[in-house]
Design a protein around this ligand. Structure first.
Ligand SMILES: *[C@@H]1O[C@H](CO)[C@@H](O)[C@H](O)[C@H]1NC(C)=O
Ligand SMILES: *[C@@H]1O[C@H](CO)[C@@H](O)[C@H](O)[C@H]1NC(C)=O
Length: 293
């Protein structure tokens, strides 16, 4: 009798583990790429003009045929625009590019940068479904667009990624370093498998099922020359700040590494911390902006 009970228990445990594994395997894209949050993010995307910015939307088509929405904000006057750095902005795992317009507003109006932003596939009004390969193609598509653009191709390029966008930016720069002048990453992680035990402790034994890995700890090593700015919120409740500290340590770039942390910052409010935009402005002024002409 007892033996039968134990057998049932074992079967039960196996069934639960299997069910969890299947759920994790099938739904990890939905967990990781929360494009539907906040509610309405797939149908409503704020326009640049709501923030006093030029309403310039481009539809970019990726090599696998996905139509992406992108905002291309160029400083007025070709001479001015050409001398200004261009930020390629890669957003975090929720919302869409419209949610980041308040940040773009500071970059564009206060700091005088050109700004290119996109909603990844499956985000905002962009087509398709998000996954690691796809987002990497999306980032490359934006870079290729900028490199063909009559004005932007003459400017200095900076990749800027927040959280998941940091992983996107690191990956893009690691494959195209010669095209970039600098990289700025914020509250991003070493890899998804290394992050999961923190976010979902119950799943810590199932991380081998992760097919969305974003191994930034590997790709960042391929960046050998350009300056990198590390922006880290020390009260980040989603990505433990040790991930950023470790990325800083691992990075072998020959360019300068600048570390800025924000003692009261959490995962999503770093840009509201004192000194945030000043840190970026200083980093760009010292490492990117060209005063020679
Ligand atoms: C994150 O912060 C941005 C900018 O402050 C805000 O627009 C957005 O709604 C926030 N997202 C979440 C999920 O809290
Ligand atoms: C962080 O918060 C504490 C307590 O509210 C405050 O005393 C401190 O000045 C803040 N630090 C910064 C850098 O804003």
């Amino acid at each position: 009798m007892v033996v039968v009970y134990i057998l049932y228990l074992v079967y039960f445990a196996i069934a639960i583990t299997l069910a969890l594994s299947i759920l994790l395997y099938v739904y990890q894209c939905d967990l990781l790429y929360a494009a539907g949050f906040p509610t309405g993010s797939r149908s409503v995307v704020a326009k640049p003009s709501q923030y006093g910015l030029p309403d310039k939307e481009e539809i970019l088509v990726t090599k696998d045929g996905v139509k992406l929405r992108s905002y291309v904000l160029i400083q007025r006057g070709d001479d001015v625009a050409i001398q200004s750095p261009t930020l390629l902005c890669f957003h975090a795992h929720t919302g869409n590019m419209g949610h980041r317009l308040p940040i773009a507003q500071v970059f564009f109006k206060k700091l005088g940068y050109n700004v290119v932003m996109l909603s990844y596939r499956g985000y905002g009004l962009s087509e398709g479904n998000p996954n690691e390969k796809g987002l990497q193609i999306d980032a490359q598509t934006v870079l290729d667009y900028v490199l063909r653009h009559p004005i932007l191709r003459h400017t200095k390029l900076v990749a800027y990624g927040q959280s998941l966008g940091g992983a996107v930016a690191i990956n893009l720069v690691s494959k195209n370093e010669e095209k970039f002048q600098a990289l700025m990453i914020e509250n991003t992680f070493l890899s998804v498998p290394l992050l999961i035990p923190h976010i979902f402790p119950a799943l810590r034994h199932l991380v081998y099922l992760c097919h969305q890995t974003w191994r930034s700890y590997k790709s960042i090593r391929y960046i050998r020359h350009i300056p990198i700015l590390f922006l880290s919120s020390l009260k980040d409740e989603i990505v433990p700040p040790q991930h950023m500290a470790k990325l800083y340590k691992i990075s072998q770039t020959g360019g300068i590494k600048v570390w800025r942390d924000f003692e009261n910052g959490t995962h999503n409010d770093t840009c509201m911390q004192t000194g945030y935009f000043e840190s970026i402005a200083e980093f760009i002024r010292d490492n990117v902006w060209d005063y020679s002409d």
